[in-house]
Design a protein around this ligand. Sequence first.
Ligand code: G6P
Length: 477
Amino acid sequence: MVVEHGAAIVVASNRGPVSYTGREARRGGGGLVSGLSAIGPEAGALWVCAALGEDDREAARRSPSRLPEADTGGQAVRMLDIPPETFGAAYNDIANSVLWFVHHQLYQTPLEPVFDAEFRRKWAAYEAYNAAFAEAIAEEAAEGAAVVVQDYHLCLVPGLLRARRPDLRIGHFSHTPWAPPDYFRILPDDIAEQLLEGILGADRAAFLTERWAEAFARCCEERFGDTRGTWLGVHGLGADADFLRERSHRPDVAERMAALREEIGPDRKTVVRVDRTELSKNIVRGLRAYEALLRDHPEHRERVVHVAFAYPSRQDLAVYRDYTAEVERVAEEINSAYGTPDWRPVVLHVKDDFARSLAAYRLADVALVNPIRDGMNLVAKEIPVVSDDGCALVLSREAGAYAELGEDAIGVNPYDVEQTARALHEGLVMEPDERAERTKRLAAAATALPPAAWFMAQLEALREGPGKSDLTDETPD
Ligand code: G6P
């Protein structure tokens, strides 16, 4: 099949750049949106994504070929109307409950996972959902087009697409960690192979940091001996300094800062965290570490506030709803144990508010980023960029960002709450000069590859073929 007037560049991801509430389109943020806008409308790029909810589905039905440009800010977007049962099983039950759990090592293995007949039915839905993407891209891509497929939702797309359109240049990019081989072996053998073969259908598979690329390579070697000619690359997505600095100095952020200062109280320091309420973000152990800090260092009592923003995520899954409730319960427990009439030790907000997140970034004395495991973690990169007076960064060594920021952060083992408590103390007592110096270096490292450059790097590497920045089977240790 050759498409004469097709798109020269295709991006495919589960979550697209817009989603609908009623008939109103809301544009999302994130690296891909700003990355894609860098190449401009004349590049002939198309974004293929899934309808996530009923309002999206109706929009996709109204405009099956392209969403109205007025809704997308001019971006060509094809939103796929995948039947809700197929989408739900693929997204909730496979992508978020199995693949996300494997790559982030989240299972409590004595009882889970269980790969039974029900799992096989859900897996068939994941295959159908991936096939719907492959079909749409095959229809839309111009001859020889570059296709960049994003993330764990779409692992089978490269292989399915290669079979339909061998002329295309296909890349796959993982935004998550990749499981080490021993953990990856949790998956049934045929499923593990299908996932790897799916990605190996791409010319190039790329990751956020070398550690994840190497884990993927080791999984492939164990099953197939090598990566079957697919070359591997690394692009560490960075923060968008220009956008963040401008956005964080608008009046709505100043208003939120004033309100937060009011809540915190005068002359108190802050330990700030901002996350989706995500199992991998380790919010509960973060609270426990803060509690240990108050226990071991009475001098901080009434002098510090833990500002924790935990925004709802994946609430269709019971385990996420339970985790959200646990975060609220533990925060309340600390407040009852240590709070005084005019000091609330933990200020927890669960309603998503980007301007308020930026306000917290600006005033943070210590940033707590302690995920169990994380592909990158952009919050760790954004805070140093936006911070007004410098901020000490307590950072999990299991976050992809640690490879780039580790030297100037205070590194922690995310499971070790006592060590994390000591790190919080170290951050709170760090000399202002040292804090400012470290923050400057952190901000420089954090912005080395802003979203537009990150996106272009993926495209260029795909067009040019294996280069010296790529990891190949021959790469010496
Ligand atoms: C991670 C994934 C993204 C995903 C995001 C939000 O960063 O790598 O692919 O879009 O989480 O999760 P959600 O399930 O809400 O899209």
